[in-house]
Design a protein around this ligand. Structure first.
Ligand SMILES: [Zn+2]
Ligand SMILES: [Zn+2]
Length: 113
């Protein structure tokens, strides 16, 4: 258990690992870090300690492969393509009918007329 700011340089929290482009390499946290608020109250039982990982055991973060990106893009395209005019919009369409604003408005106008 470390006090805030006293952990060895190679011990990083999950957030710090991520900021360095690393991820925990499948190992368990090696230590606990008492939170910042507890730094001034050594006797207090820390209820929110952070887990510390050894950055020497950490692995580089996986970057999405091209295939994953393509799959993601297909999913986005499905969400952004209007079912009426088949145009891809730069925003996600309402899940209910998947129509762009123009088509939805046009349909409303037609219904009102
Ligand atoms: Zn604490
Ligand atoms: Zn449309």
């Amino acid at each position: 258990m470390y006090e805030h700011g006293t952990a060895a340089a190679h011990l990083l929290t999950r957030r710090q690992l991520r900021a360095s482009g690393l991820r925990p390499g499948g190992h368990d946290p090696v230590a606990l870090l008492r939170c910042r608020r507890c730094a001034y109250r050594p006797l207090r039982q820390c209820t929110r300690p952070a887990y510390l990982y050894d950055s020497r055991l950490a692995l580089p973060r996986r970057t999405p492969t091209l295939a994953q990106e393509e799959a993601l893009d297909r999913a986005m395209a499905a969400r952004q393509t209007c079912t009426t005019c088949r145009t891809r919009q730069p925003y996600c369409l309402p899940r209910a009918d998947r129509r762009c604003t123009a088509c939805a408005t046009g349909a409303d106008l037609a219904a009102a007329a």
